[in-house]
Write a protein that binds this ligand. Structure first.
Ligand SMILES: [Zn+2]
Length: 288
């Protein structure tokens, strides 16, 4: 099965690497709507009614001599039974990318499925001692006392997320490079805070030679094109997350640039079209 897909944005190389999949109960799709509405959407999408697999996509970007890993996958939590996720390090190796070659990591946010790969035994030792990890200051602050009152997650997840974020902040405190609103990590590689999903949630904008691509992290899910107002169970401020999603999708539809997002089906490369009051996902034709 393929686990990586390459895109070029002007002078910038982009490699989507699959961390595997994460089966989640379908209520996570939209906990503010009726079960019947969710069931209708799942039926239309030929998806099972109880649970389905969410993709986990990470990205490696090469620009200006830097090798930048955007998000780090789920890693391995012995308390959660998720054996088909946490493949990132193995698949980076299969793609010929040595962990010691990574100069920068950009984190869209500090949920376990985005930082967990950095917590796997032996990974930190293989990363460079001068590695820079870019994350929004608001994100690090949020996880000092995270608010879980508006989420709707499966049992065990809130504790696992708290533990992973705390461990990450401790183990990598010397590598953290905090930004407030935006920061240019490398030529044409800009990380930009959106908030919503978490207070420090950020997207990465790539731009080179007239080409553009946005890595949207968890601002957009598969259901979010047709139903941008459905509240995802992992959103800590779901109303703001919906506003962020609509604003971003409108912008991407207007620019026609490419979009990659963590939980869209691999390789998750496509574009956004306006469809009445909502949006439509237009996957790229696979480029061989
Ligand atoms: Zn996520």
């Amino acid at each position: 099965m393929p686990s990586r897909y390459m895109v070029r944005v002007g002078e910038i190389d982009v490699l989507v690497v699959s961390d595997g999949v994460l089966p989640l109960p379908t209520k996570m799709l939209g906990h503010n709507v009726d079960a019947a509405e969710r069931a209708a959407w799942l039926n239309d999408m030929f998806l099972p009614s109880d649970a389905f697999d969410w993709s986990l996509n990470a990205v490696v970007v090469r620009s200006g001599g830097q090798t930048i890993l955007i998000d780090a996958g789920l890693g391995l939590d012995p308390n959660l039974n998720l054996p088909r996720a946490g493949q990132l390090v193995r698949r980076l190796e299969a793609a010929g990318i040595d962990l010691a070659a990574v100069t920068d990591v950009v984190l869209t946010h500090m949920h376990m499925d985005h930082v967990g790969g950095l917590l796997v035994d032996g990974v930190k030792e293989r990363l460079r001692s001068d590695l820079r990890i870019h994350v929004a200051a608001a994100e690090v602050k949020f996880w000092e006392a995270p608010d879980f009152t508006q989420v709707d997650m499966p049992e065990g997840f809130p504790d696992a997320l708290r533990t992973a974020a705390k461990r990450f902040a401790q183990e990598y405190r010397n590598q953290l490079r905090l930004f407030d609103e935006k920061y240019e990590v490398a030529p044409g590689v800009m990380v930009q805070r959106t908030g919503g999903h978490t207070p420090g949630h950020s997207v990465v904008r790539l731009s080179s030679g007239g080409d553009r691509l946005t890595f949207a992290g968890d601002a957009v899910f598969t259901v979010g094109f047709e139903h941008p107002d459905w509240h995802n169970g992992f959103e800590h401020d779901p109303k703001e997350a919906a506003r962020v999603r609509v604003r971003l999708l409108r912008e991407l539809a207007a620019t026609g640039e490419q979009l990659i997002a963590t939980h869209l089906p691999f390789p998750s490369v496509g574009r956004v079209a306006v469809d009445g009051d909502a949006f439509r996902w237009v996957p790229v034709f696979w480029d061989f």
